[in-house]
Design a protein around this ligand. Structure first.
Ligand SMILES: C[S@@+](CC[C@H](N)C(=O)[O-])C[C@H]1O[C@@H](n2cnc3c(N)ncnc32)[C@H](O)[C@@H]1O
Length: 341
């Protein structure tokens, strides 16, 4: 594990080789399979992060606004539930806009916290951390660090704590509805991995999970409107990332479009690439033919019902202690506990 010093903070490179080489294989396997798919991690390179941040400002993208509303209200409750001197790990931290609200509450309450922001793209992580560090430069309470890697890398990092790493309690912050970008079964197994890692390192923990339970299809489709240039550019940037991963220009802008579909049974919004003509791509030694209009899945954004989120978390051994909703009852944050010692 390398330590990369940014301006004033520490960023740890916790990536394991396996994840990046896998991405190339995932593209080949996914495009060869039916239904066709691409790995959603392609969306989150440095450019993808910048494009997402711009898109998230769109007035119809209610997720950011609703979550900001809730976090501004409950930041002090979150702090009250984190023991003094404990650790806060944010999974898929993004631009840290929401984190700033929580860290300011730690400062206000004069409660010590070691914060670790985890994300997959280095430049964005470094830039976001540097601006957060500026705010807390004189702080005796808030220590800011970065973790460069994936959720899986993070579980391996926790499991590798040495005996003299005194981390008694970790609060995992998993907000922005990122939980519902995964399949339900993958969420369950990831939560189990975190549980094993914390058990191995003798750490108690809690999760603070922000999930979108909006059940108004019209509102959802308006938020994720592919005619919105910002959203469209964000999605299609995943094809540029695929070119970077495969090392050649397999995917040409002129050949591809994108679309979304709402699955009313599963309460999920599915996002796809679709070719504008019949195409044939040589990749990983395979020639793959994709017909005009065929759907290639890139990412899902679950709009899971509250009971479904709870069921997934409780199956993984987490107990619900608090739940907070926005004023329209569309979005909620929940605090889930696990005392494993
Ligand atoms: C929907 S954005 C949410 C960002 C931020 N948490 C927020 O609330 O605005 C999802 C974030 O998760 C990160 N992410 C996606 N898959 C990841 C993975 N497997 N491991 C770590 N981070 C991941 C992305 O890079 C992105 O920053």
């Amino acid at each position: 594990m390398y330590r990369l010093d940014s301006q004033d903070s520490r960023i740890f490179d916790i990536r394991r080789e396996i994840e990046s080489t896998d991405l190339r294989k995932q593209i080949t396997d996914g495009l060869s399979s039916k239904p066709r798919r691409m790995p959603s991690l392609l969306l989150w390179d440095d450019e993808g992060q910048r494009l997402f941040n711009a898109f998230a400002q769109t007035s119809s993208y209610y997720i950011r606004q609703k979550e900001l509303e809730i976090l501004n209200r409950i930041a002090d409750d979150i702090v009250a539930n984190a023991p003094d001197g404990s650790v806060l790990v944010e999974l898929g931290c993004g631009n840290l806009e929401k984190t700033a609200i929580i860290l300011s509450a730690f400062e206000r309450q004069q409660r010590k916290i070691s914060y670790y922001a985890l994300d997959v793209s280095f430049d964005e992580l470094r830039d976001s951390i540097n601006s957060l560090v500026e705010r807390h430069q004189e702080s005796n309470f808030v220590e800011i660090n970065g973790l460069w890697g994936t959720y899986n890398d993070c579980t391996a990092w926790i499991a590798s704590f040495a005996d003299d790493d005194i981390h008694n309690f970790i609060s995992f912050l998993w907000i922005g509805n990122s939980i519902a970008n995964l399949q339900r079964s993958d969420v369950r197994s990831l939560l189990e991995q975190f549980d094993h890692a914390c058990n191995k390192s003798n750490v108690n923990y809690q999760f603070i999970i922000g999930a979108d339970s909006c059940n108004q299809e019209g509102r959802i489709l308006e938020a994720y409107d592919t005619t919105n240039q910002l959203f469209r550019t964000f999605l299609l940037n995943g094809l540029h990332a695929a070119n970077a991963v495969t090392g050649c220009e397999k995917f040409q802008d002129r050949d591809w479009s994108c679309m979304v579909e709402f699955d009313t049974r599963e309460h999920e919004l599915l996002m796809y690439y679709t070719p504008l003509r019949d195409i044939s791509i040589e990749i990983g030694g395979h020639q793959i033919a994709i017909s005009e209009g065929e759907k290639v899945h890139i990412v899902t954004s679950g709009k899971w019902r509250e009971v479904d989120v709870e069921a997934i978390c409780t199956t993984a051994g987490l107990g619900l202690s608090d739940i907070w909703r926005d004023s329209e009852n569309m979005y909620c944050e929940r605090m889930m506990y696990r005392t494993n010692l």
